[in-house]
Ligand binder design. Structure first.
Ligand SMILES: C[S@@+](CC[C@H](N)C(=O)[O-])C[C@H]1O[C@@H](n2cnc3c(N)ncnc32)[C@H](O)[C@@H]1O
Length: 535
């Protein structure tokens, strides 16, 4: 006999029509014993029709599942309870579940009904609980959160003033290898009377607020990926003590004040735990405990404006490490990327594009007139060109890409960025033909900035050949003294006699390392030898 899980996997792969027209009637006509053996069908129906069912089909499946809530077998009722929220429960389903609760089911059934009501419950469930009817403690919090979410999903208020109390630590996170650029941006951008720069660690620049501050002040910066405000450090451990400590961090006065001050709507948060074994149970205990300490904070994984991130620190096996607990605003879309109309599948990580742009701007000589002419040979959605233009000094950008969709997206993003006095030209072509097709004349470009395909998401047959061609094309297009900045997936940098290495840094591009490199083009002397351009 197949296990429920094996059968579920098998049924999940069947066409939905077959499930509904053959498997469901077979299940309905089967004996009690056979129904118990094929209970996985209920789960498969919930999964498949929630994803692929039309409204009409979902309504039919919902009706079937509601009928199963009255099945004599507790296991069948439980499976139906779990499947209903996936299909989408309404007030009718809620009423059916509440009436089942009144019928004195066992503790296990109550627990499952509570979990289903956490997902679909509304005011009827709260009223039911207010009458003293017992449901799992967490259900009340979850239902309150769901009601709050439906009324107003809530967003983080960037302009709200947050308490900058002594000892508070803000962690600006970036990809490993980009800390120095991010630190320099923080130094240049932030008001030193409000923020003091602290230690720089791999992938993180720390700040201490000296006075009340707003997240908007931080989001003026473009080179960090996320911001986390430290709300605790918990010693390695497990069990209820560890869970209580995490609940204490969530309900701490720092976390409460921040969430209350800076949420438009109910302060809802999700918890991101590192894999610690029985994670689901641990999270339920933690958020239940946190709610007892701070009832105004609601745990809700869906569309939560805040995340409580739990990250192991130090070295050694993950499970034996202390953990840092941080509160992170969840901003979708990131306000810094408002220009982004669309995206390509291999788009650059936006803070990486911002860091590359910053590196370029710092290395370019100041001039009164915007004179930078920038080319991204593999422009994709255009992030590098836009980020560089935002830093000023640019008169024109050229984007080339093989993919016509990418060209349309880059153009739309560039227009949406509203970059005054910067002209944008986007051409669908192989970068090797940019001279003829995109009109990029030799010596006309001051900066080539690009993230080439790295062979991860898009397969590249001959990576060394591609990078060699990029160097050739960039060297030809650049004016003497012009800069080439790119992420190099190859270990060895180019050994072109016309290019001088100015910067190289290993950067984590999301699980694999690359070299972020910057070269300047040397100036050829009359005798054909090469010399440096004086800037
Ligand atoms: C890593 S993606 C660039 C992402 C881009 N920086 C962004 O933020 O969206 C690489 C791009 O190179 C393009 N590409 C690949 N081979 C090319 C070639 N020979 N000439 C021009 N573009 C090419 C791909 O279509 C892809 O859009």
């Amino acid at each position: 006999m197949k296990s429920d899980q094996d059968l579920y996997k098998q049924l999940r792969d069947l066409p939905k029509e077959q499930l509904w027209r053959s498997e469901v009637p077979r299940f309905d006509a089967a004996s009690q014993r056979e129904r118990m053996e094929t209970v996985a069908l209920i789960r498969a129906l919930g999964t498949i029709f929630s994803r692929f069912g039309t409204d009409e089909e979902k309504a039919a499946v919902r009706g079937w599942l509601i009928a199963l809530l009255k099945d004599p077998q507790e296991k069948i009722r439980r499976y139906a309870m779990a499947a209903l929220p996936k299909i989408g429960g309404d007030e009718g389903v809620e009423a059916q579940m509440l009436s089942l609760l009144k019928e004195n089911g066992g503790e296990r059934e109550k627990r499952h009904l509570g979990r289903a009501l956490e997902k679909i419950g509304g005011s009827a469930t709260l009223a039911f609980m207010a009458q003293g009817e017992s449901l799992p403690e967490l259900t009340q919090q979850k239902v309150q959160a769901a009601i709050a979410r439906r009324e107003n999903p809530g967003t983080v208020e960037l302009d709200a003033l947050l308490p900058g109390k002594s000892g508070m630590q803000i962690n600006l996170r970036c990809r490993r290898g980009l800390e120095k650029i991010l630190g320099e941006e923080a130094e240049a951008q932030l008001d030193p009377s409000i923020f003091r720069l602290g230690p720089v660690r791999p992938g993180c620049v720390t700040l201490t607020p000296l006075k009340p501050f707003s997240l908007a002040m931080l989001y003026e910066m473009r080179c960090f990926a996320t911001v986390g405000i430290r709300i605790g450090l918990i010693e390695n451990g497990t069990g209820s003590e560890w869970e209580d400590a995490l609940a204490g961090c969530i309900a701490s006065s720092t976390a409460r004040k921040i969430m209350l001050a800076a949420t438009n709507g109910a302060p809802r948060y999700r918890v991101d735990l590192p894999a610690r074994g029985h994670q689901r149970g641990a999270i339920r205990n933690v958020v239940q405990q946190a709610h007892a300490l701070a009832p105004e904070l609601l745990n809700d994984a869906r569309q939560a404006p805040w995340s409580v991130d739990v990250t192991p620190v130090g070295s050694g096996p993950r499970k034996q490490r202390d953990v840092l607990v941080e509160l992170r605003p969840r901003l979708y879309p990131d306000p810094r990327l408002e220009y982004r109309q669309d995206d390509v599948s291999a788009a650059s990580h936006p803070p990486l594009a911002a860091c590359m742009a910053r590196l370029a701007a710092q290395a370019s000589p100041d001039s009164e007139e915007p004179r930078q002419v920038v080319w991204d040979p593999f422009c994709g959605s255009g992030l590098e060109l836009i980020e560089r233009s935002m830093l000023g000094g640019v008169s024109a950008v050229h984007g080339t890409d093989l993919d016509p969709a990418a060209i349309g997206i880059a153009r739309a993003n560039f227009e949406a960025a509203g970059l005054e006095n910067v002209s944008g030209m986007f051409t669908r072509c192989d970068f090797r033909n940019a001279e003829e097709l995109a009109g990029i004349a030799p010596g006309s470009i001051t900066l080539v900035i690009t993230n080439p395909p790295l062979g991860r998401r898009i397969r590249v047959k001959d990576m060394p050949g591609l990078i060699a061609d990029l160097l050739l094309a960039a060297t030809k297009a650049l004016e003497p003294g012009g800069l080439l900045i790119f992420t190099n997936p190859l270990r060895d940098g180019p050994s072109s006699p016309s290019l001088k290495l100015e910067y190289r840094q290993t950067v984590d591009l999301g699980g694999f390392d690359c070299q972020l490199e910057m070269y300047s083009k040397l100036v050829a002397r009359g005798d054909g030898k090469i010399r440096m351009q004086k800037q």
